[in-house]
Write a protein that binds this ligand. Structure first.
Ligand code: CDP
Ligand code: CDP
Length: 221
């Protein structure tokens, strides 16, 4: 009965975007699109090809890329050349390379094109760094989700610990700060709050509260 909305969400690492976006999508019966996973998949393939991370090597990888997002129950699966790489794209090695890969114009152009096609019929929640500002400027709902760097590092630390990675909290905070800086200062579509995006600071907010505030925005739209 209701028009299917397009919900766009940007913000820095560990703000809670993917957790919140996934839950909003579930409540609305929409599709969740994690654009960070797409840049991670490219970085993963660059590492796998093992020909270095020069621009030439990255463009070479980009030429033959077969990237697909598939929807399992509750989970987005990332496929590269028919292989499920959903888990592999979350390693510290991939995280360490992804912002460099994401700075390249040709990489962004290809990913943005795929992302815009996925949103053509509405009913999507898409999160990333340039979704409100560049990928989906006409989205009905725009959110900039953030939290303090200390809180974001702590969240990531807990998450990694649960997966068996023991990283120092301080080290992780520096890694996240470096990635925020690279993402915010790059030339093409940097991470920035869109003028018309609603700011939600989740530093002292539960996941449930953040989800609720976005659902309220949808009800008003
Ligand atoms: O989950 P986490 O916040 O660590 O990062 P992500 O959302 O998986 O994104 C990984 C990286 O991809 C970011 O640090 C950006 O460099 C890049 N990215 C981007 O440039 N544009 C997007 N729309 C999404 C991610
Ligand atoms: O996608 P993004 O990097 O922005 O963050 P995320 O991967 O969704 O969230 C990072 C971690 O913070 C997850 O383990 C969430 O469960 C947790 N989180 C939280 O504790 N409180 C919130 N309000 C939001 C997320």
């Amino acid at each position: 009965n209701k028009k299917k909305l397009v919900i766009a969400m940007d913000g820095p690492a560990g703000a809670g975007k993917s957790t919140v976006a996934r839950l909003v999508a579930k409540k609305m019966n929409y599709t969740y699109i994690d654009t960070g996973s797409m840049y991670r998949a490219v970085a993963w393939k660059v590492l796998k090809e093992d020909k270095g991370a020069s621009k030439t090597a990255i463009l070479d990888v980009l030429k033959n890329i077969q990237l697909q997002l598939k929807y399992g129950n509750d989970k987005v699966l990332v496929f590269m050349d028919e292989f499920d790489i959903t888990e592999q794209i979350r390693t510290p090695e991939v995280t360490g390379l992804v912002s460099k890969v994401a700075q390249i114009g040709e990489v962004r152009a290809k990913m943005v094109n795929l992302q815009q096609n996925m949103a053509l019929n509405g009913g999507v929640v898409m999160d990333g760094r340039d979704i409100c500002t560049h990928v989906l400027p006409n989205a009905e709902i725009k959110v900039f989700l953030t939290a303090s760097i200390e809180e974001r590092a702590m969240r990531r630390w807990k998450e990694l610990k649960n997966k068996g990675y023991e990283i120092g909290l301080k080290e992780l905070q520096l890694e996240i700060a470096a990635r925020d800086k690279a993402d915010s200062e790059r030339e093409i579509s940097p991470l920035i709050q869109a003028k018309d995006a609603v700011l939600i600071d989740t530093t002292n907010m539960s996941i449930h509260e953040a989800v609720d505030s976005i659902i309220k925005l949808c009800e008003r739209a």
